[in-house]
Design a protein around this ligand. Sequence first.
Ligand SMILES: [Fe+2]
Length: 429
Amino acid sequence: MHMHLPPQSQPKQALALRFAAVRRHSLALAEPLSDEDCGAQSMPDASPVKWHLAHTTWFFETFILERMERDFVPFHPAFRVLFNSYYNGIGEKHPRAQRGLLTRPAMAQVRAYRSNVDARITALLEGELSEAQRSELAMLVTLGLQHEQQHQELMLTDVKHLLAQSELLPAYLDEALPVAGAAPRLEWIAFDGGLTDIGHEGGSFCFDNELPRHRQYVAPFALSSRLVTNGEYLAFMQAGGYFDASLWLAEGWDWVRTQNLNAPIYWHQDGKGQWQEFTLFGAQPLDLERPVTHLSLFEADAYAHWAGARLPTEAEWEYAAAQSGAAAIEAGHLHPAAAQQGAASSLQQLFGHCWQWTSSSYAPYPGFQAAAGALGEYNGKFMLNQYVLRGSSCATPAGHARASYRNFFPAGARWQFTGVRLARQVTAP
Ligand SMILES: [Fe+2]
């Protein structure tokens, strides 16, 4: 992986503490769930929580312990195949769609696997190493923690999809959803554009797909000051948006009609015809002021078309985020909150609410190079038939978001916290 880790920025104790904190957080996310909740898989795209807990551990065992531990012995020889996600360079994989059939190992064994690997990684971090080994270890542990944080978000979105399968509509969190205020009016924020540098900059961690930083021309454009709300999306639905072929991409129209869709994935009407939204806090009356979320690219694009706008490109999004100094990254609250009043003429909700679909295909930046070996499979091999999402969501762990981050999903994916920020052309005066 391409990473810059100045040695003074990663003292070994700091990394060991961070390792312990991130690993603990994954278990904390499983805390509200029963062992039965943790074992089930609701669709091939979503994995059981138990599998996430084991696979993130497998990552540390396979890419660090196997490489760097003297007299390495696997915790369990079968786990190398069971918890391999997609690394052909590592070897065989248990089929992705059958992760929910793994009633064994039990949760208790997965917890024991985690403790075992945690202790061994901590011993490596605290042990004697050459300068070269220490820097390799720091790089791999940092990557393993970023990987685990990506899975922490997936644990939440996968479990939401799972819980939504039950007529009971069980809440993940047994708490009231915090009250949201009224969203401000949507404004257009204009940007000059021009020649601009896109991609990660500086000495902090990034994934290889954010590099190399490179020059792009961005024509003048405008972005909506906030994300599209449930109320605005409901107006699109009530105007017949799901039944108007002229608004949809061809593949999107096939997608929407084949499945006979007429609303976002977690929306349903109660006996009185009132819209409800399933959330991690259980079923809630649809809050018209909050951002619409769990849209596919097809839905996001059709809405933008209906609203007389378009989706931003990823270069526009990153340029605008950099211009607006969007360093203020909001912490996860497990459901998108309404935009704030009184923050006029600035971009809101860049981070911490919904990932924002762009019209940009997920493709390598000019000069992209994947790492050698199995870790080179991390990002590069997925650069086909997917679209880039920017920002971060209410399920993204704290400290994981940045302006150059490139998330990616196929156009039909709806189970992530994905929303819409609109863009439009600006004609020069
Ligand atoms: Fe993974």
